[in-house]
Design a protein around this ligand. Structure first.
Ligand code: HEC
Ligand code: HEC
Length: 194
């Protein structure tokens, strides 16, 4: 078996120090701004795809820092932005191992409408897409969800496009890899009311 090189401890330590000092006050479990309550938990950052190991440019955590959107009080120093970049790029390039569902994520997610509705749409979409506050799109039942779906064709389904590209849930953590897979497989299998 190949040994995976581990993340250089100094990069990880420096990155954690920045996240602790500048982000954790608004992104911890008792104050989860934008539904992100785990900014110093590397496993959760990967699971919810705020970090794509080896790909800082595809990592929302890096993107908001690089654009100066986070922290809201003003951008990090360039040297700190560089540390986060190096940590995600060099430090994690070969580190794809050991990503497990964080504590609190339970239940089996199936590629079926009921499972997707209960585990993804209800908790993560209906806050903004119910019949009262639809934001132009009501996702409160199967028929309405189907207005965003091209059966058998996830890439032509507005629902899938919005979550795979991270536009939705708006301003929140992206769906996890297993959630995206369930949605994609459900659509590929005909998007049945099952
Ligand atoms: C003073 C509070 C505060 C601090 C400090 C803070 N955030 Fe945020 N963050 C928020 C709020 C509020 C949101 C919800 C979205 C919004 O209103 O812009 C958010 C949203 C986010 C998002 C999701 C945004 C999106 O568009 O998907 C990410 C990622 C994020 N923060 C990362 C960070 C990082 C990394 C840091 C530290 C460098 C940080 N935040 C520091 C308050 C904060
Ligand atoms: C915090 C509020 C919020 C949440 C949560 C949210 N949306 Fe949205 N959504 C919006 C708003 C506002 C718009 C209108 C267009 C825009 O502002 O981007 C929108 C538009 C859309 C659109 C059409 C435009 C596009 O970008 O494709 C789709 C599809 C969509 N949402 C799907 C979803 C799905 C699926 C979820 C849950 C996984 C979700 N949304 C969660 C606020 C939200």
């Amino acid at each position: 078996m190949l040994m995976q090189p581990s993340v250089p401890p100094s990069l990880e330590k420096d990155a954690m120090a920045i996240l602790n000092a500048r982000c954790a006050s608004c992104h911890n479990s008792s104050n989860p701004k934008g539904d992100i309550g785990f900014i110093t938990d590397i496993n959760s950052l990967k699971y919810y795809r705020l970090i794509v190991p080896g790909e800082p440019q595809l990592s929302p955590l890096y993107e908001v820092i690089a654009k100066g959107e986070m922290p809201p009080s003003g951008p990090l120093a360039q040297a700190q932005v560089q540390i986060i970049y190096d940590w995600i790029f060099e430090g994690m390039l070969t580190d794809q191992t050991g990503v497990t569902p964080p504590v609190g994520v339970t239940g089996v997610l199936e590629a079926k409408f009921q499972s997707i509705f209960v585990n993804i749409i209800q908790p993560k979409c209906l806050g903004c897409h119910n019949n009262a506050s639809a934001n132009g799109l009501d996702l409160s039942n199967y028929t309405k969800v189907m207005t965003t779906i091209a059966p058998n064709d996830p890439l032509r389904s507005a629902f899938y496009d919005s979550v795979i590209k991270g536009r939705m849930p708006k301003g929140r953590a992206m769906l996890s890899a297993s959630e995206l897979t369930a949605v994609r497989d459900w659509i590929t299998n005909g998007a049945l009311n099952n």
